[in-house]
Design a binder for this molecule. Sequence first.
Ligand SMILES: NC(=O)c1ccc[n+]([C@@H]2O[C@H](COP(=O)([O-])OP(=O)(O)OC[C@H]3O[C@@H](n4cnc5c(N)ncnc54)[C@H](OP(=O)(O)O)[C@@H]3O)[C@@H](O)[C@H]2O)c1
Length: 297
Amino acid sequence: MKPLKRGRGSHFGPLALAGERMEGIGFVCSSAATRTTTATKRMSTAAGMKAEAAPRKTVLVTGVSRGLGRALSLELARRGHAVIGCARSPDKVQALQHELMAVSLDASSSSSSSSASPPSKHLIIDLDVRSDSGVQALAKLLMETKRLPDIIVNNAGTINKNNKIWEVPAEEFDMVMDTNVKGISNIIRHFLPLMIQRKNGIIVNMSSGWGRSAAAEVAPYCASKWAVEGLTKSVAKELPPGLAIVALSPGVINTDMLVSCFGSSASLYQTPETWAPNAATMILNLTTEDNGASLTV
Ligand SMILES: NC(=O)c1ccc[n+]([C@@H]2O[C@H](COP(=O)([O-])OP(=O)(O)OC[C@H]3O[C@@H](n4cnc5c(N)ncnc54)[C@H](OP(=O)(O)O)[C@@H]3O)[C@@H](O)[C@H]2O)c1
């Protein structure tokens, strides 16, 4: 399936495009590429409800200024979990920090229990995941303040402008690989040893249907997401008991990234806000049995 060729005419009307993509290529992975896991089974057994009662977790989500990362962060805060987040837009980072605190205050004041815990502490910072030293400083800060994440969601990502590979400038290719692959690697480099020391932790690497299939004009992005799948499966073999790492394809969601590759037909897809509750439930229910899996939510 080709991405929409905006400005140069598309082979497909929006509905045909949507139907074709939903059948298995594009951002949606085929069922053969996804195995049913303990996490997906747990989701179908009212695990969503149990997530509300589960102990509070600290979740590090990268790329929280908009799209999936932002919606997921708000959903986690609504459920009482503490969110550590990062992105490169200082204004949006600051706004989300306030919004998360307000969500947590609301959640705790509307609780009927007199023994309700205080609102979770969130920390949203301006950080570029491409910066190894920046990620190292965050890990040190969280270690020192005893806020090491129980779960890390490596969500920050970028896509190249639709283009044949020979028309993609070298800097743009680098940007996609540096963010989508090396950004995850930076997080793993500095957080995994701390999780290993603590003997538990779950790492979720945001993949894509295009990490399991391919499309024209998004070769840098496809290459980066296939790399995410490979990196995940390789690291899974290095983990000691108590830890797990998975690749998660989020499906097709109407975000800025989708608009970049699908154009106006992005509006045919679900919003990050409708996606987030299912994603949060799945992520919160991952266990070490899921180690190395390629999942889809
Ligand atoms: N939307 C979909 O249908 C879809 C499908 C498959 C996979 N995905 C994956 O899901 C993830 C989220 O996608 P999305 O659709 O929500 O994208 P999006 O709307 O473009 O948001 C991307 C987020 O990543 C952040 N980011 C980008 N580069 C960063 C960097 N170097 N350091 C820190 N943060 C950075 C952005 O914030 P700043 O610009 O403020 O830094 C933004 O918050 C990505 O990994 C994407 O590949 C999405």
